[in-house]
Design a protein around this ligand. Structure first.
Ligand SMILES: Cc1cc2nc3c(=O)[nH]c(=O)nc-3n(C[C@H](O)[C@H](O)[C@H](O)COP(=O)(O)OP(=O)(O)OC[C@H]3O[C@@H](n4cnc5c(N)ncnc54)[C@H](O)[C@@H]3O)c2cc1C
Length: 497
């Protein structure tokens, strides 16, 4: 495709990527590594999309919008980190701490047993489950591993069929799945719930380990990923929203249709040979004329979303030495000790302050930062409740001075992994040969995660590279299932409930 050289508003690239979240970044880097010229257009003043950071004036920090957790099984996110020399910043946590209502700390760690048995001793020692609940849990887990599919793809239905008691659902299934998928158990696809346990916890001894960046997301994007992109000559255009994607012929998609150009909000026209659109589902519709690609835009319009809230707290002293903890039977779900986690000093937190972040997934009961609304709690009430809950666990909170606190809620943090969601997740290759989609919501086989976003970007890039006959071995190898896992975890076949 050549630019109209007489028009100074027209620019040509080989590949244009729309959206600078992890999906767009992954696509841009994967393509540019093969020597193609890539331009990335992002409407916001920074990269990162939903896994991003905000300026906090009171503390002087660029704070992550929310602690982002990766796992051992997130192999493509790790691949992106390697490409950006960010892998030394990804620190593995070899144990988790589940803190019961009475304050007892239950460590979750891998025993010497082979997968999928390695976590069972920890599950069986959970102090807040009764013997009979542990028995039901073992039956439920066994059934889950043996049942690859459920009619209707409804996880709540599975829990009923396996007769999992309400108390066990509240103290085991819910904390694990709400953290992973950020949805009510009544609104979760069986396939994705099972994936959390099979691929995450059981198939391989490494899959479940939590991985946390020891640097801020600000440093991750502004230094590590930006350096990797610019090293491969990706042109990054921030504050440069794409307004329309122009298709020829203009009114309908037929054989031979192509995307010919993008119109930016600034009025500039950008032409390219290939396009990757890596925006969230609620932005896709506005990029196309109403009558084109209606299958994709109507699928995108059907996605529902769930909120995640994070309470950022700065105390005048440390309140715990734990790096992180899962809090049971409380509004607060996860505590992250940011001062301990961020060993790479790229923050300007005042000396002596200790920073903690408490994450509340599926935060529908909570409200956003704008003020009190009927029937919901104000930011101050939520912060007070979280501080009270931390004080019940760590008495040092009662002696500490809370220097500063901030609630950040993203109302559209993740798409809801509803039963049968796969039916509306579009493939990266659209019916227009030179138009790829990317984004955590596209067909990746993963829920809304950093891994899902990176996978989607790699898949879109792979399509483009293959079409050009360039090396396209981008996808990282999955963690291999252990020998015993291959026997005990069913891979396919009809539901056998
Ligand atoms: C609070 C919160 C906590 C989370 N916690 C975790 C976690 O612990 N672990 C995990 O794995 N995942 C987590 N996630 C999910 C994860 O952040 C997302 O799944 C992932 O970042 C999505 O990336 P994406 O590139 O698909 O989309 P996005 O990040 O939404 O990126 C899309 C980009 O497109 C840009 N854009 C939109 N329209 C235009 C336009 N017209 N022109 C140009 N640019 C445009 C947007 O500004 C945005 O930057 C969390 C998300 C949130 C919000």
């Amino acid at each position: 495709m050549t630019a109209d050289s007489s028009d100074p508003n027209r620019q040509t690239q080989q590949v244009v990527v729309v959206g600078g979240g992890l999906a767009g970044i992954a696509a841009a880097l994967a393509i540019a590594r093969q020597g193609l010229r890539v331009s990335l257009y992002e409407s916001r003043p920074r990269l990162g999309g939903r896994a991003s950071f905000v300026e906090d004036r009171a503390s002087g920090d660029l704070i992550d919008n929310c602690q982002h957790v990766s796992m051992g099984c997130c192999v493509n996110f790790q691949q992106l980190c390697r490409w950006a020399d960010a892998d030394p910043h990804l620190v593995e946590e070899s144990r988790l701490h589940f803190i019961a209502r009475d304050g007892k700390v239950n460590p979750l760690r891998a025993a010497w047993l082979p997968a999928p048995m390695h976590l069972l001793p920890s599950f069986l020692s959970l102090s807040y489950l009764t013997l009979s609940e542990k028995g039901r849990l073992m039956l439920g887990l066994r059934k889950l591993l043996q049942t690859p599919r459920m009619p209707g793809d409804d996880f709540a239905e599975f829990l009923k069929l396996c007769r999992q008691p309400e108390s066990l659902i509240e103290r085991f299934w819910k904390p694990v799945l709400v953290s992973a998928l950020s949805e009510d158990l009544e609104r979760i696809s069986y396939r994705y719930a099972r994936q959390v346990f099979c691929q995450g916890f059981f198939e391989n001894r490494q899959g479940w380990t939590v991985q946390l960046l020891n640097c801020s997301l600000g440093y991750f994007y502004d230094h590590l990923l930006t350096s990797a992109l610019t090293r491969h000559q990706v042109e990054i255009h921030l504050n440069d929203a794409v307004k329309k994607i122009e298709i020829t012929p203009p009114d309908s998609v037929s054989q031979g249709s192509r995307v010919c150009s993008l119109k930016l909000a600034s009025g500039k026209i950008i032409t390219a040979a290939d396009f990757v659109v890596a925006v969230p589902p609620w932005r896709v519709g506005s990029l196309f004329e109403p009558d084109v690609l209606t299958n994709i835009t109507s699928q995108a319009a059907q996605f529902e979303t769930a909120p995640i809230a994070s309470v950022h707290l700065w105390f005048d002293r440390p309140i715990t030495t734990l790096r992180h903890a899962v809090l049971m039977d409380r509004v607060s779900q996860w505590m992250f000790n940011r001062t301990a986690i961020l060993t790479h000093q790229d923050q300007s937190t005042p000396a002596g302050w200790s920073c903690y972040q408490v994450v509340i997934s599926n935060a529908r009961e909570l409200k956003n930062e704008e003020g009190e609304s009927a029937g919901r709690k104000s930011s101050e009430q939520i912060i007070e409740q979280v501080v009270r809950e931390l004080a019940e666990i760590w008495p040092e909170v009662k002696h500490a001075e809370l220097k500063h606190a901030r609630l950040i809620t993203d109302q559209r943090a993740v798409f809801s992994p509803l039963p049968m969601i796969d039916q509306i997740r579009p493939h990266q290759q659209t019916e227009i040969p030179n138009l790829q989609l990317a984004g955590d919501w596209t067909e990746t086989g993963w829920p809304a995660t950093m891994e899902g976003a990176v996978r989607s970007g790699f898949l879109a890039a792979r399509n483009i590279l293959r079409q050009r006959g360039l090396p396209s071995e981008i996808m990282a190898s999955e963690l291999p299932a252990g020998k015993l896992s291959r026997i005990l975890i069913a891979r396919s076949g009809p539901a056998d409930l």
